[in-house]
Design a protein around this ligand. Sequence first.
Ligand code: HC1
Ligand code: SF4
Length: 563
Amino acid sequence: MGTMIIDGRKVEFDKEKNVLEVVRKAGIDLPTFCYHSELSIFGACRMCIVEDVNGKTFASCSERPRDGMEIYTNTPKVQKYRKVILELLLAEHDRDCTSCEITGQCELQKLALRLRIEEIRFSEMIDKLPIDKSSLSIIRNPNKCILCGDCVRVCEEVQGVGALSFAYRGSKMRVTPAFNRSIAEVDCVNCGQCRTVCPTGAIVIKNENDKVWEVIHDEKKRVVAQIAPAVRVALGEEFGFKPGEITIGKIVAALKRIGFDEVYDTSFGADMTVIEESNEFMEKFKEGKGLPLFTSCCPAWVKFAENKYPDMVGNISTCKSPQQMFGSALKEYFKDKDKREGKETVVVSIMPCTAKKAEAAREEFEHDGIREVDIVITTQELAFLIKEAGIMFEKLEEESFDMPFGLVSGSGVIFGSTGGVTEAVITRLLKDKPDHTTKDIMFKDVRGMENIKEAIFDVGGIEVRLAVVHGLKNVNELIKQIESGERSYHFVEVMACPGGCISGGGQPVVYKEKDVRSSRANGLYKLDRMSQIKSSEENPLVASLFEGILKDRHDLLHVDRKS
Ligand code: HC1
Ligand code: SF4
């Protein structure tokens, strides 16, 4: 606790870690590229420079606040330094802004406008480096990298993967996967978190909208969309809605206008998964084998386990993820109709997640040349698609999902937030279903943004110990403790991205704002409260599907995970 003087005004500080946070508390938006409150302090970009009362300049992110400290944020000296630093960055930056995927959202571009950089006094200093398109999820363009190191740190410090690092020195310095390999050749799990922190277009989502238009324009194709839970509480941000605002009716309407033939909800697939996964769990529990059972819906986690913990892969649920389960059910459902009508069904998923692109492309999800899911676009790509089509999203009249897969339970919707899968599975296993108020109390330990959450539930006299973890770095920690015997569980829910799918690598980027996660999660819990069907097995359409075309079709719902 103390008081600083910032631009002549007194500002109290308490828990702020550095001067930059106190300056922001005072209502001054100091620019920075490399400071993220959730990452270690790098202090490399120097944009947050301030001047103290003695004329000394320093990066405010790297200095602790001290009682009586007096600083200025806009002196001629700091203004000049900031402009020079920015000009140097721009001189080294590929400035094809008009065709850049993130034009208008680029932090470098925004700052150049804000600081009125009208000309760059340094000549172009770009060594044209090859663009890495090897990943199924992201594209890396080193020519747009400003060496802030945000991607390196998020990959190491949040995801515990370490797929990216700095190489070379001085003017040759660059960010690259280990040994200068392509990103597809290293242990990258496709989570896209690096893309969410990249301030420029150096890491972007691999955009597959052209493929979508191609099938939409093909009359021989039946184009079927499935929309993931987390998309409905985030897409609106691209059109002026607040994080967490539910825009699912408008999303369905937009997809219909674009030309999709059928629009369904991946939460239906989540309902299917809950039933299969809870059955699998109870079987394993009774046998006392294969525990803890790890969830399988997050493809970045599955890949992480395959890379790092091959011995644990056998403990991951054999259930396909909702995306894939629903994809295979849709293909089965339309099989005969397609034959009769001379059509081909194409399943397009709209996901908050970049890793879902890689999941859909896995070889086990193709049968006789037919993919369960053909194209995956992210929330961000859908926003581009809507804008490209000229649809005024804000003005759209809301529409509902198509039948017979348009009816979902609240359990299937909350999958998109950390703790949601666990809550859905336990709700399914409980005989006496909780109502909303008891649910809020009963599941409070598995909700929220704590890194590792634990809970014990009594399920028909059986004590189920479970853990919920999100952010792969935290998974490393949890697995270490499980392996050492320090912790023991029956069921573990893993989501790679912090907060779960709501902050997946394909969601709109709300640059450096943390509260967005809780707002989006609250949107999903609100939908659960509003849902007439609480528990997945109470979804009558899922039940009839299981009694109909999916009866005894284990192959459509499960994969063999033995490594
Ligand atoms: Fe997810 Fe899932 S919840 S993985 O986070 O299990 O992407 O939203 O679609 O498959 O349902 C993502 C979200 C999503 C699957 C479901
Ligand atoms: Fe690391 Fe994820 Fe980016 Fe891959 S996609 S480099 S794992 S942060």
